[in-house]
Design a protein around this ligand. Sequence first.
Ligand SMILES: [Zn+2]
Ligand SMILES: [Zn+2]
Length: 190
Amino acid sequence: MLTICLDDIRDEGLLLTGEVDDDLRAELVARINDLNIEFTGPIDYTLRVVRAYDMVEVDATIAAQVELPCGRCLKRFVAPLSESFSLTFATELPEVEDESGEEGVELTAEEMGIDLVEGDELDLAEPLLENILIAMPLHPLCNGNCQGLCPNCGIDRNAGTCQCAQPQFDTRFAALKNLKLDPNGSKKDS
Ligand SMILES: [Zn+2]
Ligand SMILES: [Zn+2]
């Protein structure tokens, strides 16, 4: 759980630092299960919380280390993970004409990218989880020059070369070799 009591936010703001706790971590691990990603250490967060009028602004930074497979050679490697993001919450609905009733007003808050705080506590667990997930690299590379695996024999080209080192012609062009030319096409020579 990662909740902030709104009354704890003083005029100068609130600074919170810590590690994602075991429960949140377990939830996170469950969600990234498919990606073959593991956290190799604590997931640290820094939260700066400022309250102004009916708005609560959270500037968050996450820092962690993950072990994950390279997108080219599949070797697992460790990479730093860091992400900064801002969240805006409202303790009261923004001033909107609410002729259409409460649902219409909430939709407007949603459209404005503002989450409404219910009660006097702000639960940051879910937004934190979502943003850690967003921070996961989509195309991780063990290094920028990774040569990847040979598509033919599967050897790790970073570790050695194989007999099929010479690139084969694209199969679409290779197919042209077997293409029979139109016999009429060479008539002008005879
Ligand atoms: Zn690699
Ligand atoms: Zn090969």
